[in-house]
Design a protein around this ligand. Structure first.
Ligand SMILES: Cc1ncc(COP(=O)(O)O)c(C=O)c1O
Length: 438
């Protein structure tokens, strides 16, 4: 009989430690709606959405039905050797839900692949060698995507793969000096950073693209002012530099619109999409205009598995479910509800620092109540204890100091209450002298 211990022993024996050591390593036998079903027979409220993947909930019946029906017809492409309806239909549907102008797609399997595609496309289309990225950004673990990722230096140890990447600071609303407008200060900093970069390190004519997450994800859930993204678009236009949004995490409804590009009203030239696109099946897309894609000559990029027919059907079902169940609207409403509750919690608990939200992308900073410094150690104690009580949160931030709360877009008020009640219970336990520390 499998127990938690035998699961973990087998995992430690056969899975690479770099794959298997994460939080919470919960042995699971199933998943349903907003919950994981644990090997221990307990239901776990999942506020991680499998790290922003199961936006329509785990194993949504309509997605499962579409997958089963697709498996009865066609299991494998490869696109190019054959052509099939689901990939074409998905391209048409993505064109409909994306901002105008993004109407041509390269399908891959993962977020990192979508980013690799974006970088290669930008370099091909412009003939320029360099890239500007943002400190704290995370874009994946393959060597190209890693080269533009600076959320944690340990991800880059021994690698430092692609040269010609210039990271500059991301918007830092919290660092705005008192009395100044946050948006104006962030925009002025952006201009200063680009001006310094172009004067000292790389000429704009050498830069193929600027790549960023429109909301910083792994780096700590930092929400930039809209004007900062607007100005970034202008700077790119000024120098004929392509703007790439990595919407791997922000996409598919997470910020309350289909994509953060729509939430902020800023359209990139290239977009990387993955995670929530197919509700758990491996699928990604690099999106751009047809005009731009035509500069990526045939054979310059290809894939065996990308745009798998079953994954494409899962994506089509995911789009239908988001529309039929008004999940973008639910995301905005439940996001606002959770934010309000967290603001109340913050008044009662000094361990909660900043609360940063957009839609159901919610970051809760944990700080030392005496110094106000980020406190990743306590955060881990909180997450473990919440998991013991049946609620799963994840983490982010350079020092692991931000709780990532990313419930499915189907989440209800009751579920938010359930999750945040457990969170508060754990905060209380931490501060009650008689209680064993979690
Ligand atoms: C913004 C962003 N880009 C890219 C990736 C990489 O995606 P994948 O793990 O599917 O390669 C991630 C994964 O967390 C991400 O959050």
């Amino acid at each position: 009989m499998s127990t938690k211990e035998t699961f973990l022993q087998r995992m430690n024996r056969h899975l690479a430690p770099t794959m298997a050591k994460d939080f919470p390593n919960l042995p699971v036998v199933g998943e349903e709606g907003g919950y994981y079903l644990g090997l221990d027979g307990k239901k776990y409220l999942d506020f991680t959405s499998g790290i922003a993947v199961t936006n329509v909930g785990h194993r949504h019946p309509k997605v499962v039905e579409a997958i089963k029906a697709a498996a009865d017809r066609l299991l494998h492409g490869p696109m190019g050797v054959i052509v099939y309806e689901s990939a074409l239909k998905l391209a048409e549907e993505l064109t409909r839900i994306l901002p105008d102008g993004l109407d041509c797609f390269f399908f891959g399997n993962s977020g990192a692949e979508a980013v690799e595609g974006a970088i290669k496309l930008a370099k091909h289309a412009t003939g320029r060698p360099c890239i500007v990225s943002f400190t704290g950004g995370f874009h994946g673990r393959s060597l190209g995507a890693l080269s533009v990722s600076t959320s944690k230096s340990r991800y880059r140890n021994h690698l430092h793969a692609v040269s010609g990447v210039y990271p500059i600071p991301y918007a830092a609303p919290r660092e705005c000096p008192p009395g100044q407008s946050v948006a104006e200060w962030c925009v002025a900093e952006l201009e200063r950073n680009f001006s310094r970069l172009f004067r000292h390190q790389v000429s704009p004519e050498e830069v193929a693209c600027v790549i960023l997450e429109p909301v910083l994800g792994e780096g700590g859930y930092v929400v930039p002012p809209r004007q900062w993204l607007v100005r970034l678009r202008e700077i790119c236009d000024r120098h004929d530099i392509l703007l790439v949004f990595d919407e791997v995490q922000t996409g598919f409804g997470r910020t309350g619109e289909w994509f953060a590009a729509q939430t902020f009203g800023v359209t990139p030239d290239i977009m990387a999409i993955a995670k929530g696109i197919a509700s758990g099946l491996p699928l990604s897309a690099t999106a751009a205009s047809r005009e731009l894609m035509q500069k990526w000559t045939p054979g310059a990029h290809a894939t065996t598995f990308g745009g798998n027919p079953i994954a494409c059907e899962a994506a089509l079902a995911t789009i239908r479910v988001i529309e039929e169940e008004n999940l973008l609207s639910n995301c905005r409403q439940m996001g606002a509800y959770a934010r309000e509750k967290l603001e109340q919690l913050r008044k009662r608990h000094r361990r909660i620092g900043d609360v940063r939200t957009v839609g159901l992308m919610i970051g809760i900073e944990i700080v030392d109540p005496k110094t106000g410094d980020p406190d990743g150690e306590t955060l881990m104690r909180i997450l473990r204890r919440c998991a013991d009580y049946g609620v799963l949160f994840y983490l982010c931030g350079n020092q692991g100091e931000v709780i990532r709360m990313i419930p499915p877009l189907t989440v209800t008020r009751d579920q938010i209450d359930e999750g945040l009640d457990v969170f508060e219970r754990v905060l209380r336990e931490l501060d009650s002298p008689g209680h064993p520390a979690p």
